[in-house]
Design a binder for this molecule. Structure first.
Ligand code: NAD
Length: 434
């Protein structure tokens, strides 16, 4: 794995490499391209926090609104020791393309605080979260920029942030933050949205790539919220999920794993074991213990990276044997690996499409908060599936029509929408001819 500094630098440069590749296939003005090369606003703030021992600590925080031509900024807030302005800018750039690809009326944004949240008490974490909102309050709002959870932030933190913003505004502002607890105006289905969206993309593409679930082997890297839920959905639909892993390593059983049992065991013990559970009794089934690198190189039909960025690079892309990769994590493959995988005829379905279910249900939450009309889980899932199917099919069609890879097609699709909106504000030609 690359070290954190290398991976941060390559995030931004990889983002722009993929944009450049797609620009060849779109008809948008040079004005629009120029605008998309710069974030609209980048805010750096200092957040003083009174710690439990009475001392004062000052944390660095960021909020970037990359582009808001198609709607208010939308993006998560990340708490991590390696958060930097550079990283937040590139994540906001990706959000801009993801929201355009899914045709959500949002632009792209992102935020973060440079902190290891595991070192803070609950009360310190609350003061930090509220302090962050105090510091960025003028830059966010229901029609300006909407926050959401990301790495190491959760529904509780989103609730504090929404509450703090409401205190500042002197009125309840539920729609300024998504990913809240249900009792504070969260949406049904938000917790499973990313996995459900990814599952819909896989099911939609199955007919195109002519796979049959019962004959399809799958390996999933990352057994967290997105990866474990998706593995469960695939198992239930008849796919043979043969390997899963977490940060400590993986398990492999060529005959297939019982995902529901593994999830149950992991929830109870925090340990990942190849088990089969009958009621409360779980027994270990035949399996091999493998490393994450071995999981990535397994001879399976479908590989699903659902953990971290930069997992498949020029160093290990040649080892990949899967024919199809669905990126659930953000940025799990770098652009050097893109080239190697393309030479091996691997189909890569990109993150901005595959993991967009999360932001799509965040959009539904924002709509519900604004209207005060709350939807059933069936309504949420049906609307999510419709959206994911339409945009997955459109992306596939662009790839076929232009004979380009699916990642580039996704960027082309998003760029067409972004370009249209940016050009509607006026292009050089309009001003010259008037
Ligand atoms: P999570 O924290 O719930 O799970 C992450 C999992 O990855 C954990 O099981 C962890 O043990 C595992 N992991 C960590 N390091 C690993 C390593 N080196 N090798 C293998 N596994 C490792 O996170 P999540 O919400 O499931 O998110 C996973 C990825 O999906 C992230 O890249 C995130 O940005 C992306 N994503 C998530 C959502 C969402 O709604 N959850 C939406 C869009 C994108």
């Amino acid at each position: 794995m690359q070290n954190k500094d290398e991976s941060r630098t390559s995030l931004l440069s990889d983002a722009s490499k993929r944009l450049e590749r797609a620009l060849k296939y779109v008809k948008i003005s040079s004005d629009a391209i120029a605008r998309l090369q710069h974030p609209k606003t980048s805010l750096s703030v200092s957040i003083p926090v009174r710690m439990d021992d009475g001392s004062l600590k000052v944390f660095s925080g960021y909020r970037v609104r990359y582009d808001d031509t198609r709607g208010a900024g939308k993006g998560g807030v990340r708490y991590h020791p390696h958060v930097s302005l550079d990283e937040v800018q590139s994540l906001a750039f990706w959000m801009t393309f993801k929201c355009a690809l899914l045709d959500l009326p949002f632009g792209g944004a992102k935020g973060g605080i440079t902190v290891d949240p595991k070192e803070l008490s609950k009360a310190e974490l609350e003061r930090l979260s509220r302090g962050y909102v105090d510091a960025i309050a003028d830059a966010i709002g229901i029609d300006t920029d909407i926050l959401a959870p990301d790495v190491y932030t959760n529904a509780t933190i989103m609730g504090w942030m929404m509450d703090q913003y409401s205190i500042i505004q002197r009125k309840l502002c539920r729609g300024v933050v998504t990913g809240k607890h249900l009792s504070l105006g969260g949406s049904k289905g938000r917790d499973t949205a990313t996995a459900m969206g990814a599952f819909t993309v896989i099911q939609t593409m199955l007919h195109k790539i002519k796979l049959i679930p019962q004959n399809t082997t799958v390996a999933v890297q990352g057994f967290g919220n997105a990866g474990s839920t998706l593995a469960g959905l695939l198992d239930k639909a008849g796919y043979k999920v043969v390997a899963v892993s977490d940060s400590k390593g993986g398990i492999y059983a060529p005959q297939g794993l019982d995902i529901a049992s593994i999830r149950k065991h992991k929830n109870q013990s925090r340990e990942m074991k190849a088990v089969y559970c009958h009621d409360t009794v779980c027994s270990i089934v035949e399996h091999e213990v493998i490393t994450n690198q071995e999981l990535l190189a397994l001879d399976v039909d479908v590989l699903i990276p659902a953990a971290l960025e930069n997992q498949i690079t020029q160093n290990n892309a040649a080892d990949i044997k899967a024919k199809y990769i669905f990126e659930v994590a953000n940025g799990p493959i770098n652009s050097d690996a893109d080239r190697i995988l393309a030479e091996k005829d691997v189909y890569v379905f990109p993150d901005i499409l595959v993991n967009a279910g999360g932001v799509t249900v965040s959009y539904f939450e924002w709509v519900q908060n604004r209207s005060g009309w709350y939807w059933t889980l069936e309504e949420i899932n049906q609307r999510l599936q419709e959206k994911m199917q339409i945009e997955a099919q459109q992306t596939w069609k662009i790839a076929q029509d232009l004979t380009i890879d699916i990642r580039t097609a996704a960027y082309v699709h998003a760029l067409n929408r972004l370009g249209e909106a940016l050009d509607a504000k006026g292009t050089r030609e309009q001003f010259v001819h008037n």
